[in-house]
Design a protein around this ligand. Structure first.
Ligand code: HAM
Length: 419
């Protein structure tokens, strides 16, 4: 037997209906906010992520699936969605389209991480990117969109944390202050954070190592270092969230793991799903499009992990409806009846009714069992009497109620009795 690669997962029908539901709500909610779908390639030139995600990040340093293709080009499977969207935005001249461009995607992502609950090597993101606006309104709307989506799914128990990590100018000042503070404790930081000290000192703030956590407890606070422009922006985001009734906590230790962020950053975190509790993360990235050779086009977005969202929904007992229920199963009793059943289910399907019949030459009892297993709402049996009369007895499985219906009226009958 050959197993699937470590950190990947088969999605069987008993679970795929949940994904379909989440994707449906995602698309519907996006439509309410006038957000259009973008699909970018599964792999990009490695350069896209070096520039986009950043060379000092864990993703680029350790986690990318990078290989040379047969033409000897360095190719990388996308570890996240934003960099590819930024590349596509510039390449397709989307800055000439009406701004802001409000985009969403549902995509596979690939990161070579140590697999555990909520952490896979192939996982899936639902993300949005709003490009072209630098107003705080857009930040607030991105957050509100995520909140609206969670509400529509009946997700409870997520805490929204927000922070501002400033712009290039004020962050540089903060980094100097942070490094001055950390320098005395350098020997006590974990090996990873010692590496981060030069390349990416901000990441030390959200290290999960207990010793590092203790050390950063008294570190200078980034919010005290924001320049006037960043301060006004952050306050405006907060004001708009307050107005919209969105609850949040400010956590000045949230810095996010990717290099492109500026100003607002945020995360929705759950306590219910173990160590990988960040279901959704995002923020503003005002310099990213320039990295791809575009003009200065500001942006903000977020992505949520669909696997983590499902873990959360399961843990809080949200029941996800199966939208693919078989509406009617037609059970033929003999050879002649099979032909009729074959024709009837095809007619039902063309009329927009989900219908199934026997494929396995089962007896009538076994057919009922099967119909029950696939969750058919109705079962109709065709025997010689039914063939002769052109009528069928239809049983509603849940209630046991029976009706006689003309062969020609079956589609109408099912449609009229849809739950
Ligand atoms: P990220 O925080 O790296 O941000 O990932 C976003 C979400 O993807 C996480 O909150 C988590 O739910 C999920 N995720 C990440 N890694 C894994 C994994 N190995 N297994 C399962 N789920 C995972 C980004 O990717 C940014 N591109 C978000 C963004 C969009 N910022 C602005 N626009």
């Amino acid at each position: 037997m050959i197993n699937a690669p470590k950190g990947t997962k088969d999605l069987l029908p008993e679970e795929s209906y949940k994904w379909q539901y989440i994707e449906k709500i995602a698309r519907e909610t996006a439509n309410l906010f006038d957000i259009k779908e973008i699909r970018t390639p599964t792999f990009e030139h490695t350069e896209v992520f070096l520039r986009g995600v950043g060379e000092g990040t864990d993703i680029v340093n350790k986690e990318m699936y990078t290989f040379n293709d047969k033409g000897n080009r360095s190719i990388t499977l996308k570890p996240e969605g934003t960099a590819g969207v930024a590349r596509a935005f510039v390449e397709n001249g989307m800055f000439n389209m009406p701004l802001p461009q409000k985009l969403f995607y549902i995509t596979s992502c690939f990161r070579y991480e140590r697999p555990q609950a909520g952490r896979l090597r192939e996982f899936h993101q639902f993300g949005v990117e709003f490009l072209g606006s630098d107003t705080a309104d857009t930040d607030a709307e991105a957050i509100l969109f995520a909140k609206t989506f969670f509400d529509k799914l009946n997700v409870k128990g997520l805490t929204l944390y927000i922070n501002s990590i400033g712009c290039k100018k004020c962050r540089a000042e903060y980094e100097t202050a942070l490094k001055n503070y950390l320098r005395d404790n350098l020997g006590n930081l974990c090996a990873l954070c010692r590496e981060r000290f030069e390349k990416n000192p901000l990441r030390i703030l959200d290290c999960k190592n207990e010793e590092c956590k203790k050390i950063v407890e008294n570190a200078p606070d980034i919010l005290d270092y924001l320049c006037d422009d960043c301060k006004v922006h952050f306050n405006k985001v907060r004001e708009l969230l307050d107005l919209a009734g969105v609850e949040y906590k400010i956590d000045s230790k949230i810095v996010r793991g990717l290099d492109y962020y500026t100003k607002t950053v945020f995360e929705f975190v759950s306590e219910n799903i173990g160590a990988q509790g960040t279901v959704c993360g995002g923020g503003r990235y005002d310099g990213l499009i320039e990295e791809f050779g575009g003009n200065r086009v500001p942006g903000i977005g977020f992505a949520m992990g669909i696997e983590r969202l499902l873990l959360l929904l399961d843990s809080i007992g949200v029941k996800i409806p199966d939208l693919n229920r078989t509406e009617i199963y037609i059970a033929p009793m003999g050879e002649e009846e099979r032909k009729k059943a074959f024709a009837i289910v095809q007619k039902l399907r063309l009329d927009g009714v989900s219908a199934e019949t026997d494929h396995m030459n089962r007896g009538i009892k076994a057919q009922f069992k099967y119909a029950d297993k696939i969750g058919a709402k109705f079962v109709g049996v065709i025997g010689s009497d039914e063939l002769a009369q052109g009528k069928i007895k239809i049983k509603e499985m849940e209630t046991g109620a029976e009706s006689f219906v003309d062969f020609n009226d079956m589609s109408e009958f099912v449609k009229e009795n849809r739950a």
